[in-house]
Design a protein around this ligand. Sequence first.
Ligand SMILES: Nc1ncnc2c1ncn2[C@@H]1O[C@H](COP(=O)(O)OP(=O)(O)O)[C@@H](O)[C@H]1O
Ligand SMILES: [Mg+2]
Length: 491
Amino acid sequence: MNRPRSVLVVDDDAHILEVLEMRLTSMGFAVTATVDAEAALAALGTRGFDAALFDLRMDPIDGIALTRAAHARQPRLPVLIMTAHGTIENAVEAIKEGAFDFLTKPFVTEELRGKLARAVADRRWARDRNLLRTVGETLASAASMDRVLSAVAEGTMEATETERTVVFLRESDRLVPKASAGTSSTPLDRLAPAAEAAIARRDSVTMGGAEGRATLAVPLMVAGTPEGALVVENPSHVVATDDDLDLLRVFASQGAVALGNARELSRLRSGALAALGRVASQVAHELNNPLGGLALYARLLEDRFKTAGDEEGVQLTHKVGRAVKHLADLVTDITAYGRPPELKREPTSLNALIEECLSLVQDRVVDKEIRVVSKLAPDVGTVLADARELKKVLLNLFVNALEAMEPHGTLTIRTQRADERTIEASVEDTGCGIDDETRARMFDLFFTTKANGTGLGMPIARSVVDRHGGRLDIDSEPGVGTRVRIELPRQ
Ligand SMILES: Nc1ncnc2c1ncn2[C@@H]1O[C@H](COP(=O)(O)OP(=O)(O)O)[C@@H](O)[C@H]1O
Ligand SMILES: [Mg+2]
């Protein structure tokens, strides 16, 4: 499928134009020749060219102005400027204005051939270089699925000079746009048919889009199955070249590899996490009884020391008791995560629960001189919830927020009715914020960035909210602060 390279030639001298057209055609180029700069620009707006030859001296638009206008339409088009007055100044100026090279008239066939070949090769080379760079970046950033998909979209857009790139993925029986780069006025769902067609054919398809836009779609094949499609939209009427399709295929296979990797990784991780959770709750279970015994003995000892009037002994056993209680609490948390208790749902006032939890962290608030702003909407109503469980969520969020802040920070707590069926609560701090790495792992069991952290707070919070049929979202900016939002169904 080797398409001849296409060249656009503009010269206001019809005779020269004719000679050039003949020579270039005999060299195997597909030539579009015109004396009219406007007509040339119109052609540039409707189809891609591999190279262009513009005369320098033309009226009313000279070769340099035409180069600029051409590059507004096709930024990487290599332009050769033709001049009968091959002075260094002309050449330098043309190249400064973005021309690829210049040619002096009368033409020497070998020079014409050589420079055009170089222009075309250079364009490919620039594309390939771009391609390699973006592919490398895509692979390097293959951390989360979202990031992989947007890297694929961005990369494709960069390398193919298209107007917009959209990645569609199959979710149950629907195609969902997952990531996009660039802008276009076409609504996303208008691109879905192209994606569907590419998936059905398991091969690339070209379609006319809205307002004459051309749409190209390539399936994303993961392990032999089309999991989605990469769709690009070209500016009005620009006909895709074979190069464009090749490039798109490279990106689609790249995207598919990244997608497969990200899926596999998250499958492995969730498997490993589940195993970790099982081991942890087994261990916790084994620790439960002896810890209970220890707590009891510590209390008995403390009593004996008290009776004997041994103040130091009392202090020491008290410390032992506290340490044991801390361990027992930890064990309870781990066991609860591994085998969550049945929810005891009752109509619960979220505002009252928040007030109660705030009073439980009052010491820390005072220690750090934190300003607490609570904006609790009086009309939020009640949720049908297990208050004990929900308390764990709020306490964990408050403690995390307080731990993230330097003294004098602000803790803001809001509740409001999100809609008829949902209550929303948010806990916002002016703390250190959360970086991408932490963000990706903070819901993992035992993941912590703190010297004395347990890494249980966030997984427990999410699990409780999930079991109540709600959702938990995080908004954070490193160095600025964090807002955790939970949504719960109203009673
Ligand atoms: N409000 C917050 N601000 C900054 N980082 C947070 C916040 N909440 C949670 N994190 C991050 O998430 C990690 C996990 O939190 P969590 O599960 O509660 O465990 P722990 O608090 O014991 O570290 C924390 O170590 C911290 O890095
Ligand atoms: Mg915590």
